[in-house]
Design a protein around this ligand. Structure first.
Ligand code: NAD
Ligand code: UFG
Length: 348
């Protein structure tokens, strides 16, 4: 019997790629998303890309904090596990609007966990982030590193990790995997689904992509005086399809072992600077990206990349793609969808 997975936030960037991989892997998926930061066009496209498996995707436009609606869903469907992506994720906005972030991310998660417990569904994969390593003292970051947060968004990830550890301590029937993502980029190789941020992108590659299609004049490089190979910040970029596959590996672990509550990094283990990433994108796209050098962005760490040993060993998962493939697929998506899922008037 095919297993049924509830995917919260499944219309979003990482969620839509993960739902596609789950469908192709033979899972049934039910997506709940309030579409606050996404479009249901992603759901339609995932359904098409999945071909005959597309019929195994059901979508409900729903806010996780709507407990009666979530109760009703759990009463009508038996879920084998939940993958919980739903949340707000813009660091800067979280500093401006902390209550919005605490309300959405924490209350949404607590309601979800309460309803799961009430219905005896105690298997969870949660989207945590490398942001919980703060400014790491050394690299690569291992899962045992001390944790810290420099903004409300990061605090919500830390709190939710702690909540998960507490509920497992209180009830050993729970099986929980906390996945700490490094920097997801790229898109599905079809160019049919990809990242479509609202407003001015905060993150490097969505910004680069908008410069390449002519929506913005230049990329501002935040910081050229770091102690790195070329002075710019270094990150661990991971192809979103590799990241999506990491969720299938995590689900298999939940179903096949007595895992308890465990945390895994999902990254490539390789550090790439801003200028290296821009060069890879220019090569993939044939477009020149004009640069404007600027000071450091407050709160940014210098070098962050993952130790991938634990995920390789215990989840039997390893990223397959490098930065050239990430940039190739990012450009394929961008050139086919210069305004994402919207029209030129509906964005910004
Ligand atoms: P995204 O914004 O594209 O997807 C999140 C989805 O959740 C959106 O579709 C949004 O509409 C939905 N959502 C938000 N609040 C909701 C609520 N209360 N009820 C129902 N739906 C709600 O973001 P993403 O990049 O796909 O990120 C997915 C998860 O991974 C997030 O939890 C994010 O914090 C985490 N993460 C992302 C990154 C990254 O760089 N993209 C890095 C580390 C961790
Ligand atoms: N950068 C620029 N110009 C830009 C945007 C970014 O130079 O316009 C630089 C940053 O200074 C940094 C690098 O590009 O050196 C990567 O920046 P991102 O904003 O793309 O990614 P971060 O690592 O800063 O943070 C992102 C998310 C966090 C998450 C983290 C790890 O915003 O929430 O990845 O997953 F925690």
């Amino acid at each position: 019997m095919a297993k049924t997975i509830l995917v919260t936030g499944g219309a979003g960037y990482i969620g839509s790629h993960t739902v596609l991989q789950l469908l192709l892997g033979g899972f049934k998926t039910v997506v709940v998303d309030n579409l606050d930061n996404s479009s249901d066009i992603s759901i339609k496209r995932v359904t098409e890309l999945a071909g005959e498996y597309g019929q195994n995707l059901i979508f409900h436009k729903m806010d996780l904090r709507d407990k009666p609606a979530l109760e009703q869903l759990f009463a009508s469907t038996t879920f084998d596990a939940v993958i919980h992506f739903a949340g707000l994720k813009a660091v800067g906005e979280s500093v401006q609007k902390p209550l919005l972030y605490y309300n959405n991310n924490l209350i949404g998660t607590i309601v979800l966990l309460e309803v799961m417990a009430a219905h005896g569904c105690k298997k969870l994969v949660f989207s945590s982030s490398a942001t919980v390593y703060g400014w790491p003292k050394e690299v690569p970051c291992t899962e045992e590193f001390p944790l810290s947060a420099t903004n409300p968004y990061g605090q919500t990830k830390l709190f939710i990790e702690e909540i998960c550890r507490d509920i497992y301590r209180s009830d050993a029937e729970w099986k929980i995997i906390l996945l700490r993502y490094f920097n997801p980029v790229g898109a599905h190789s079809s160019g049919y689904i990809g990242e479509d941020p609202r407003g001015i992108p905060n993150n490097l590659m969505p910004f680069v992509q908008q410069v390449a299609v002519g929506r913005r004049p230049a990329l501002t490089v935040f910081g050229t005086d770091y102690s790195t190979k070329d002075g710019t910040g270094v990150r661990d970029y991971i192809h979103v399809v590799d990241l999506a596959d990491g969720h299938t590996a995590a689900l298999c672990k939940l179903f096949d072992s007595n895992i308890g509550c465990e945390v895994y990094n999902l990254g490539t283990g390789k550090g790439t600077s801003v200028l290296e990433m821009v060069a890879a994108f220019e090569k993939a796209s044939g477009k020149k990206i004009p640069l404007q050098m600027a000071g450091r962005r407050p709160g940014d760490a210098e070098i962050v990349y993952a130790s991938t040993d634990k995920a390789e060993r215990e989840l039997n998962w390893k990223a397959k793609f490098g930065v050239n493939e990430m940039c190739r697929d990012q450009w394929n998506w961008a050139s086919k969808n210069p305004y994402g899922y919207g029209s030129p008037d509906s964005t910004d």
